[in-house]
Design a protein around this ligand. Structure first.
Ligand SMILES: Nc1ncnc2c1ncn2[C@@H]1O[C@H](COP(=O)(O)OP(=O)(O)OP(=O)(O)O)[C@@H](O)[C@H]1O
Ligand SMILES: [Mg+2]
Length: 246
């Protein structure tokens, strides 16, 4: 079983959109995929549950370990793709992780998953915290969407420093440009000199595209919503790059 996470300390950079699209493409490629929504906002659960209202379990149920992890898993509308929905109580996750700081709970929970799961995709809330530390240590790879702006580049640097300070191998973290808009001169400038501004990044750049926003309206991955769009092609390329690193 492999675990990947979409992470950034910055909000609204495309973590959830990437997690949902990549999880869907992975499931289509034959991975028995589990998307775990660790964000109390519950956005990725919402994308996968569609109109069905899914109630996630409370964090306390997971913490107490009373129910088997299988009870937390829901089937999505798609073959090979399951998910663990979020619950508003997950807003307390950081505090709880702090209280149990001798163990990596994220790692322990992942270890409980059955061998049938071949890929776990973690959709994380924006923060730099105990949760970040545990996710960065538990995931095989962490992918970090970076909008081509100075602020976003700056938060990537902060995450790298945080990783270094917590003895996390920097090679585990891979940034990629997301929500890129070539009509903006700053975006163009930072993309054209990508190697200097975002060294070690993936080659794929996810464009800013209205079709990605429409995922919210329709509750389906871009691959189904608009398979011939530039954005769908970008997510397919992103998936190929990620798959090559697993
Ligand atoms: N490539 C894109 N092009 C256009 N809009 C996008 C793109 N990716 C995401 N969005 C939109 O931007 C908003 C934020 O995206 P998303 O929820 O994926 O970010 P996030 O990093 O998960 O945010 P949060 O930190 O709140 O969890 C959403 O409305 C989404 O539809
Ligand atoms: Mg999100």
């Amino acid at each position: 079983m492999k675990t990947i996470a979409f992470y950034s300390l910055k909000g609204g950079v495309g973590k959830t959109a990437s997690a949902v699209n990549i999880a869907y493409l992975a499931s289509q490629a034959g991975y028995s995929t589990l998307l775990w929504d660790l964000d109390p906002q519950g956005a990725s659960s919402w994308y996968l549950a569609g109109a069905d209202r899914i109630k996630g379990h409370k964090l306390s149920a997971l913490m107490k370990g009373k129910s088997p992890i299988a009870d937390f898993i829901h089937a999505s509308r798609y073959d090979n793709l399951d998910f663990i929905p979020s619950h508003t109580s997950f807003r307390n996750l950081d505090v709880k992780l702090d209280q149990n700081d001798s163990v990596n709970l994220i790692k322990e929970w992942l270890a409980l998953l059955s061998e049938e799961t071949s890929l776990v995709v973690l959709d994380c809330p924006p923060s730099l915290s105990r949760l970040s530390e545990q996710v960065l240590k538990a995931a095989d790879r962490v992918f970090v969407p970076v909008i081509p702006t100075w602020l976003s580049l700056n938060s990537w640097e902060q995450l790298r420093t945080f990783a270094k300070d917590h003895k996390i191998k920097p090679s585990r973290l891979r940034p990629f440009y997301a929500m890129a808009d070539r009509r903006k001169s700053l975006h163009r400038e930072l993309i054209d000199d990508q190697e200097r501004h975002l060294p070690g990044s993936l080659n794929t750049i996810i464009p800013n595209a209205s079709v990605v926003e429409r995922m919210g309206e329709q509750g389906v991955p871009v691959e189904l919503l608009a398979p011939h769009s530039v954005a769908a092609d970008a997510y397919r390329r992103l998936w190929r790059e990620i798959n090559g690193l697993l």
